[in-house]
Write a protein that binds this ligand. Sequence first.
Ligand code: NAD
Length: 499
Amino acid sequence: MQQIGHFLNGAPSEGTSGRSTDVYNPATGEIQAQVALATKDEMDAAIAAAAEAQKGWGATNPQRRARVMMKFGALINENMDKLAELVSREHGKTLPDAKGDVQRGLEVVEVCMGAPHLLKGEYTDNGGPGIDLYSMRQPLGVVAGITPFNFPAMIPLWKMAPALVCGNAMILKPSERCPSTAMFLAELLKEAGLPDGVLQIVNGDKEAVDAILDNDTIAAVGFVGSTPIAQYIYGRAATNGKRAQCFGGAKNHMIIMPDADMDKAADALVGAGYGAAGERCMAISVAVPVGAETADRLIDKLVPRIEKLKVGPYTAGADVDYGPVITAASKTRIENLIQSGVDQGADLLIDGRGFELQGYENGFFCGPSLFDNVSPDMEIYKQEIFGPVLTQVRTDNYEDALNLIIDNDYGNGTAIYTADGDTARDFCHRVNVGMVGVNFPIPVPLSYHTFGGWKKSAFGDLNQYGPDAFRFYTKTKTVTSRWYSGIKEGGEFNFKAMD
Ligand code: NAD
């Protein structure tokens, strides 16, 4: 049995807690590794070592730090196949999808290669008589990243690349369900020239997370995961005086207007609803057609497409559209939610429960499910299913469709399919969601923009990656300076405007 420890002070390190948890191969249901779960003492020691290592790293000039990112980016490219395999083995997603996971993280590393430019401060010449002002961006010290299972490469990269290039040390606590990718990324960063101890991977569960939140040395916490945990971490981190940005769950809707290209809308819904087994925070899980005729036409287009979907292990190659869900418990939860939808009166048009694959009978596979006539009071609407289940909520007009989204607790992503620019423009302007697609189903912004939801999809301030990440991982210091050419005036006692 493979034992996964931590990555500390530049080398793999065995855990000493005596506690560990199983890491499954979701396609076969087999336990393929055990990952150590750190104690508070182990976490505190990792943080103390990171604080020492940060001193030299923070003093290294930004261009040299950026060169580590350049080498890191090259190494990620060289090791793309291995990284994708690590993602797929523990998560279950297909290899092309796993490469997308790595690629979208790599793109953030690429932006970090331009860190010197993003770390520049501002300067005001002659803000008052003989007075100049300038600001600088300085690292926070030791920061922490706590990441979910569903993007084992991308989200750790979103956290570590900006935090490190800004001159911080980082404690990364990956998901205990998919820890291996982050461990390998730490090895690549070492090879790229990152000094030992500047990135510490500490595996663990709640005990390790709470140790991060209560440690005075940690200056900031970046979290991605489910909403209840995001809210908990945000509250405890903020109470302890830390910066926190905590990204949570989602329930993403797509409006389909009567004038939409129905084939394109159906293709988009199938990809965004069932890709990665629906385990994406930007998955579309609610289709909202406007008008009964649009709803009927959409169902006619969706059903044959969904019936053709191929579900299987990543090892089956290009033939597979999506893989298993992450755990047996997750499969049971999804199937129970499907039953609740039936009990509460929704029409289950395609039932993916009880799906079995020959040779993979113990894998955590869910067939695709499709519900029509779902209403907002049903559990399948209220909860984030995080599985291959698409629900359709019928609406009579555009205003009702828009208000459904506005009234929803979550606000991560949304989309509209229409041929009318005015409707699309109105939607973009009025909808209270952080990332919006127009005839585009999963509007994950490119790495030089920023990523973040609204409402219960995010707690705290500033988005992930792009310019916001450079604000989150640095503190601004502003200097007002005057050089006397002689003592021109006496002491000043009033709070004076600079005239
Ligand atoms: P999760 O909340 O269960 O776990 C996320 C992290 O929190 C893990 O590292 C885990 O070890 C830790 N954790 C879990 N329970 C904890 C507790 N009680 N106390 C302290 N730490 C705890 O999330 P998950 O199941 O790994 O990921 C799926 C969720 O993440 C979905 O809700 C999805 O929408 C969300 N997600 C959001 C985004 C986004 O950017 N908004 C991106 C990806 C995933």
